[in-house]
Design a protein around this ligand. Structure first.
Ligand code: TTP
Ligand code: MG
Length: 358
């Protein structure tokens, strides 16, 4: 019998900040860009559950989070505490959590900084798997003073949806027999692969929940959504055969910065690029990698038109100076007529390294 677990930390970056700053506990907290008194230009990385009650969530513009906080303040509720992310700290804790999982499971696939899939088949039953997961959660709480939510199911998809089902500090067990009924009432958006676009498209056909999708035959789904429609036919019935892959490696490490003002000031842009390169290089090391081969620079113009250029070196390198040099070379054409004939102002730049290695 196949039994898969999925673990996902609760409000991860925010929970770590609360752990390290007891004075923030019990207050709404947002980790993300500097709100700069309502003029900030980045986004929210995450919000703790108190801040989520104000309607704040990941990827929301930081100015909207700021306004939500101000509205709450006027209602007489506590304003939000805004803090910058500390990636090195989060990856250090992430590594220790993965170590706990590896002690209890023969196969762990890291799905991101705060989540992992893990094999539970060898426990032999869903009861035993649940008991083991309770133990894992307790160990994480004892060692790190953090809570995680866990889902158990017959495949990765069901396990992941289950871990999200009762957050925070949840444990949701979905047996193979229960999987189809568990999924049926959920919004289609819960199925991995259905994003905002597909959700909108389906809503226009009157499809809102997973059960609605069962009306369609495989050829109908294929006609609507392409090849992926066939996989979806299986998924809405709780079936998926995706395998766990042991060696999860982040494919890239990158940082970006939204400028305080749209600009074409070369000295300023190069200085910010230099800083971003330093940040990327430090994060690469902090996450336990030595080398990279590909450098990618992204530019977003004032009109939100966004472009990337990449260069792959002939050999992996560790060099911080090469990173700066290649990033500058990639950026240059955006500053003149080659990639910017209308001399548009720049809103954001990003630097990323790919093909990274230990
Ligand atoms: P998530 O697990 O999606 O979110 P979360 O752990 O904060 O909250 P939840 O309890 O709902 O799981 O992401 C993990 C971390 O990744 C999150 O703490 C911050 C970071 N992150 C971003 O920086 N930007 C994003 O858009 C998202 C979704 C996450
Ligand atoms: Mg999480």
């Amino acid at each position: 019998m196949r039994i898969i677990g999925h673990l996902d930390m609760d409000a991860f970056f925010a929970a770590v900040e609360e752990l390290d700053h007891p004075e923030f506990r019990g207050l709404p907290l947002v980790v993300g860009a500097d709100p700069a008194g309502g003029r900030g230009r980045g986004v929210v990385s995450t919000a703790n559950y108190l801040a989520r009650r104000y309607g704040i969530h990941s990827a929301m513009p930081i100015t909207r989070a700021w306004r939500a906080s101000e509205t709450a303040r006027r209602r007489g509720e506590p304003p939000v505490v805004f803090v910058r992310p500390r990636f090195r700290r989060y990856s250090e804790i992430s590594r220790r959590i993965m170590t706990i999982l590896r002690r209890h499971s023969p196969l762990v696939e890291e799905g991101g900084i705060d989540e992992a899939y893990f094999e539970l088949s060898s426990t032999g039953s869903y009861e035993e798997a649940a008991a083991l997961c309770r133990k894992i959660k307790a160990e994480i709480k004892a060692q790190e003073q953090l809570t995680a939510s866990v889902g158990i199911g017959p495949n990765k998809m069901v396990a992941k949806i289950a871990s999200d089902f009762k957050k925070p500090d949840g444990l949701t067990v979905v047996t193979p027999e229960a999987a189809e009924d568990f999924l049926a009432p959920l919004p289609v958006r819960k199925i991995p692969g259905i994003g905002p676009k597909t959700e909108g498209f389906l809503a226009r056909q009157g499809v809102k929940i997973v059960a609605d999708l069962k009306r369609f035959s495989p050829p109908e789904l294929e006609k609507m959504l392409g090849k992926w429609g066939l996989a979806l036919y299986e998924k809405v019935r709780g079936r998926s055969s995706a395998v766990l892959v042991e060696e999860w490696e982040p494919k890239s490490v990158g940082e970006q910065e939204t400028f305080g003002q749209d600009t074409l000031d070369l000295a300023f842009i190069f200085e910010r690029l230099w800083d971003l390169c330093q940040g990327v290089w430090r994060r690469l090391q902090a996450e336990g990698f030595q080398t990279y081969r590909t450098v990618v620079v992204t530019v977003r113009f004032a009109d939100f038109d966004t472009h990337s250029r990449a260069y792959t070196l002939p050999y992996p390198t560790q060099s911080r100076r090469t990173l700066v040099f290649e990033a500058m070379r990639l950026l240059m054409p955006f500053l003149d007529r080659r990639e910017n004939p209308r001399r548009k102002l720049i809103r954001l730049i990003g630097v990323r390294v790919e093909k990274i290695g230990k």
